[in-house]
Ligand binder design. Structure first.
Ligand SMILES: Nc1ncnc2c1ncn2[C@@H]1O[C@H](COP(=O)(O)OP(=O)(O)O)[C@@H](O)[C@H]1O
Ligand SMILES: [Mg+2]
Length: 415
């Protein structure tokens, strides 16, 4: 730590000063006297140099550990903000990150000039006095639900420092992302429970009815069993989508490595979706280039992606309308370079612009009742987003209300 180095420097300075005075005296004084002065000077210098080794011998005899080397050569190596203050809360050091969050921070000025958090300012003297570390959470200055955790620790020599020497360190950590993830996790569990509870409540209700009032009514029994089947299918879809989502999320940081012909994959899924389209009176128009369009992909995931986009276009585009599916290469994106593009366009009511940014969130729907009647789970576009992400691609959604919606997935072409 800097203060151990200061003691050594002090001794060297005293020794040098005595030596200088002696040499000066030798030059000025008479010859016989100068011998004595020279001798006295040598003794003084020797004493000045011996003094520290004597004191460290003492330390050893008393069982004190030797002075530890500096642990933190410079707080600037820390990515998170660190501030050092003396026991009167005057700033003695801070790293770049601390200056970035507290622009008013100045050395040798009270911390309170730059930081107005009573929780932190009250905790420091307590930590300096007791040596007991403290942890406080404070809102960030920008407000946007930002939270900082501040850990306050007394430095090794905290009790015995003089003013101007660092006595207490403040370590800051941004908890905002952590908190956001925590909220997402809690919301997710609440949403899943709610989505499962609704069909489950309906199933239990019908079971009670079938055991009681409808026991001997064959017509009612048929009808109730049909409803129960629909509810059970809804639960199955939800579980399937949840599993699919967690599988894609788990693999998201491992990009796929097989070569997949996107055109052929899309053509296959469009064929699978043809019966649903016919049932809804929707015409599926597929436009594919003659040559294969290769990307590095996971075929199963790409099939799920196409399935979700085409199914949405069929269900939300409305009956009697066309859905256009195009696969091709696009270079219009400029800085992105050439991309392989899949676009799915419908001519339905479209999506109001305020919903567009949240559409890929789990369980987010523009119209919950409409999604439920269509057998939706609210997870389709979240799955699509993660699949596109794993393929290092991008999802773009464009819609003008009243004129339909276009979902575009852009992928890097295979090298
Ligand atoms: N082509 C579309 N046209 C209009 N709205 C759409 C379209 N695709 C998706 N949406 C809206 O986005 C919501 C989320 O879609 P999705 O994640 O697939 O869930 P789900 O279809 O199960 O409700 C839908 O509920 C719907 O409100
Ligand atoms: Mg959907």
């Amino acid at each position: 730590m800097p203060w151990t180095g200061a003691r050594d420097r002090g001794r060297a300075a005293i020794g040098a000063a005595i030596a200088a005075v002696c040499i000066f005296a030798v030059l000025l004084a008479r010859a016989e006297f100068s011998v004595w002065v020279l001798l006295a000077g040598l003794v003084a210098v020797a004493l000045a140099w011996l003094w520290p080794s004597a004191s460290s011998r003492e330390d050893r005899r008393e069982g004190k550990p030797p002075a530890t080397p500096p642990l933190l050569p410079s707080a600037s190596v820390f990515p998170d903000p660190v501030i050092l203050v003396d026991r009167r809360l005057v700033v003695t050091g801070a790293n770049e990150a601390a200056r970035a969050i507290l622009p008013g921070l100045k050395e040798r000025q009270p911390l309170a000039f730059a930081l107005r958090s009573p929780e932190i300012l009250d905790a420091i003297p307590a930590v300096a006095a007791s040596g007991e570390p403290a942890r406080v959470e404070v809102p960030g200055r920008s407000g946007h639900e930002q939270t900082w955790e501040v850990r306050i620790r007394r430095l090794a020599s905290g009790g015995a420092t003089t003013l101007g020497e660092p006595a207490v360190a403040l370590f800051f950590r941004d908890l905002t992302d952590h908190r956001r993830l925590e909220t997402m996790r809690v919301d997710f569990i609440a949403n899943v429970s709610h989505e499962l509870r609704t069909p489950l409540a309906s199933l239990s209700g019908f079971i009670d009815t079938l055991k009681g009032p409808a026991r001997d009514d064959p017509k009612a029994r048929e009808r109730f069993l049909d409803i129960m089947q629909v509810q059970a299918q809804r639960m199955t879809r939800l579980i399937d989508d949840l599993l699919q989502l967690s599988r894609v999320e788990l693999k998201e940081h491992v990009p796929p490595t097989s070569l997949v012909d996107l055109g052929q994959t899309v053509a296959h899924m469009v064929e699978v979706m043809a019966p649903l389209a016919r049932e809804r009176g929707v015409e599926l128009a597929l436009d594919l280039p003659a040559e294969p369009i290769l990307i590095l992909g996971d075929r199963d995931e790409l099939l799920r992606l196409v399935e979700n986009l085409v199914e949405n276009a069929i269900k939300y585009g409305g009956p009697g309308k066309a859905v256009e599916i195009v696969v091709g290469r696009s270079s219009a994106a400029g800085s992105e370079g050439e991309r392989v593009e899949l676009s799915v366009r419908d001519h339905g009511p479209g999506i109001p612009p305020e919903h567009l940014p949240r559409l890929t969130e789990r369980f987010y729907r523009v119209d919950v009742a409409e999604s439920r009647t269509q057998g939706g789970t609210g997870l389709g576009l979240a799955i699509v987003k993660h699949i596109v992400g794993r393929h290092r691609g991008r999802l773009a959604i464009e819609s003008t209300p009243g004129q339909g919606a276009t979902f575009r997935a852009l992928f890097p072409p295979a090298p």
